[in-house]
Write a protein of this length. Structure first.
Lengths: 308, 285
């Protein structure tokens, strides 16, 4: 349903994405993990062409086989309002603070020509579906009257309301209280799974990604270095970077011990060397790793794996 | 939940609210006086009574009469009409044009924003009063010309502040979220940007009102605004000048006091609005 075909993105000359190739099937949940600045958000935003001014793309993002960059203004709006929905990091920032929850939820429906009563009825139902009781009262409240977790559930309800086929979730729990994170993700996943909606889920949390997603794509310095089934995250990780990330998890060491880190400084797409992006931090790097860029073979991009 | 009530400082104590409530009442009073002037004024403001010229303050003529025997109190009341209507039109015109320019500039950005902003900067560099006087001198005095010229001069004053606010608002994540939901730029501007900027625009308009009033009174005073025998405060100050030397200063004083009190009252209300809505952007003059 969704294909990234060697997507490259430059913003004002600065490379952000250096060739992202990934497929998301209908109803499938794909997690995007990686360090800050690895291009996760930009990859996801390129689906709805939400790119900063001065962006130049090469390659293609195809939704239902249609190159997103070829859509005209009306086509883009139609895709944004009907096919794809987005859940952002901070729910408080993405809801107009002076409008009621009801306004927020019904606005898209009203814009699509749904009557006021019908829109309100559907908004109330959407709220109860994400576990918000007392929906009618909530519709009259304003964002500041709701907690972060509750508001994120409202945002999820809004995302599901128009019956999209793909939800883009950009770190939907980062801004939330730790105690509500799990709950919010559970609701998001439960609802989207029930409707067979595909999901692209950005997170820093490998465990969370493994729990929610079918497949996990690991990004580093503007490219995807490994894609693997979520179930095989621990056993099946092949790329040295993925393994280094897994080693850095707090759970990987005994309590009281010093947490492990990936040595060195994260590369960005801008400073990426001609060879493998991870070469200078990789414990197994060889001479060719520094000189020749490894080819992504559909599961990983690493010279050392090709040899085996 | 328990029935415990937490006292919330929803209303500021009277002392901290300052003079704004009084000023607000005064503004309302002035507006009512202007609207109902023909019914309130005891005399026809233009009725001459040469035999009764320069009458002193009395029960019959509260502020006395001018050099032609016209009742000054009635003229002051009628003067409120043009003296308020002028600034009102200036603010409505400049506020509308300024807000539209500011929001379109902030929304589209790039060269369009640069074009509008630089044009406004050029206009801003030219003092409004001088512009209005020049235009009035070129195209004739009266009510319309100075008001039109001053409206033009006030556009950059309002547009500057509004553009800065619109730019900040436009870059908030909720606008991006609305775009992802597939709303058109027009929908986002009209339904979200404009309502969220409206309080600031209101504050700007209220502050600008006082300035516009002083400027229009100045233009009338200089003889480039309304012409005699019109009853207008700025004009009354000017027309009363010869009488000051003759020992009858009440016309100039009454009109000047009316201008000053009204401007102060509107500004006090504006400042209260500004603190209330957090828009601490006093227009730069």
């Amino acid at each position: 349903m969704l294909q990234f075909d060697d997507l490259r993105l430059r913003v004002g000359g600065t490379p952000i994405l250096r060739g992202v190739t990934l497929e998301v099937a209908a109803g499938e949940a794909v997690g995007l993990v990686g360090e800050s600045g690895s291009g996760k958000s930009m990859t996801v935003k390129s689906v709805v062409r939400l790119l900063p001014p001065g962006s130049r793309t090469e390659g293609a993002v195809r939704f239902d086989g249609v190159d997103v960059s070829s859509l005209d203004a009306a086509g883009l709006r139609r895709m944004r309002s009907r096919d794809v929905a987005m859940v952002f990091q901070d729910p408080r920032a993405v809801v107009n603070p002076v409008r009621t929850i009801g306004d927020f939820l019904t606005e898209v429906l009203r814009d699509q020509g749904v009557g006021r009563t019908e829109a309100t009825r559907r908004a109330a139902r959407a709220l109860s579906e994400v576990g918000i009781g007392d929906a009618v009262r909530r519709l009259h409240q304003r964002p500041y009257e709701l907690s972060g977790g509750l508001l994120q559930r409202v945002v999820i309800a809004a995302a599901l309301l128009t019956g999209p086929r793909l939800i883009l979730a950009d770190e939907p729990t980062t801004a939330l209280d730790v105690t509500t994170q799990e709950e919010v993700v559970a609701i998001l996943n439960e609802q989207r799974a029930a409707r067979q909606v595909a999901l692209m889920f950005i997170t820093h949390d490998l465990e969370l990604a493994a729990a929610v997603c079918d497949r996990i794509a690991v990004m580093y310095a503007g490219e995807i270095v490994e894609v693997l089934p979520a179930a095989a995250l621990h056993a099946g990780a092949r790329h040295p970077y993925t393994r280094a990330l897994l080693n850095s998890r707090p759970g990987a060491v005994a309590p009281g011990e010093r947490l492990r880190t990936v040595p060195g400084v994260p590369q960005s797409a801008l400073t990426a060397p001609p060879g493998c992006v991870f070469a200078d931090r990789c414990p197994h790097a060889e001479a060719r790793c520094r000189e020749v860029r490894p080819v992504f073979d559909g599961s990983a991009a690493c010279h050392l794996l090709e040899a085996r | 939940m328990s029935a415990m009530s937490i006292p919330m400082p929803l209303r500021k104590p009277a002392a901290k609210r300052g003079a704004a409530p009084v000023a607000g009442l005064f503004c309302a009073l002035i507006v009512l006086v202007a609207i109902f002037a023909p019914w309130i004024a005891p005399y026809d403001p233009d009725a001459l009574d040469p035999l009764n010229a320069h009458a002193p303050l009395s029960a019959r003529h509260l502020l006395g009469t001018d050099d032609l025997g016209r009742d000054l109190f009635s003229r002051l009341i009628h003067g409120a009409r043009t003296s308020l209507a002028g600034p009102l039109i200036v603010i409505l015109a400049a506020g509308t044009a300024g807000a539209i320019l500011a929001i379109t500039a902030a929304w589209f950005g790039g060269w369009f924003d640069a074009l509008i902003s630089r044009t406004l900067d050029v206009l801003f560099a030219f003092p409004g009063l001088v512009l209005a006087i020049t235009v009035a001198a070129l195209f004739g005095s009266g009510f319309v010309t100075p008001v039109a010229a001053l409206s033009l001069a006030f556009v950059p004053v309002i547009a500057r502040v509004m553009r800065a606010a619109a730019l900040r608002e436009r870059n908030l994540p909720y606008i991006e979220a609305l775009r992802v939901q597939g709303f058109s730029g027009w929908h986002i501007c009209v339904r979200h940007l404009v309502p969220n900027l409206a309080p600031l625009l209101m504050v700007q308009a209220a502050i600008g009102f006082g300035y516009a009033m002083i400027d229009l009174a100045s233009i009338s005073f200089l003889g480039l605004g309304l012409q005699p025998p019109a009853a207008d405060w700025g004009l009354m100050i000017a027309n009363g000048q010869p009488s000051i030397l003759a020992g009858f200063p009440q016309q100039s004083i009454a009109a000047a006091v009316a201008v000053v009190i009204t401007v102060v009252a509107f500004t006090a209300v504006a400042e209260r609005l500004a603190t209330r809505f957090g828009g601490d952007h006093a227009p730069v003059r």
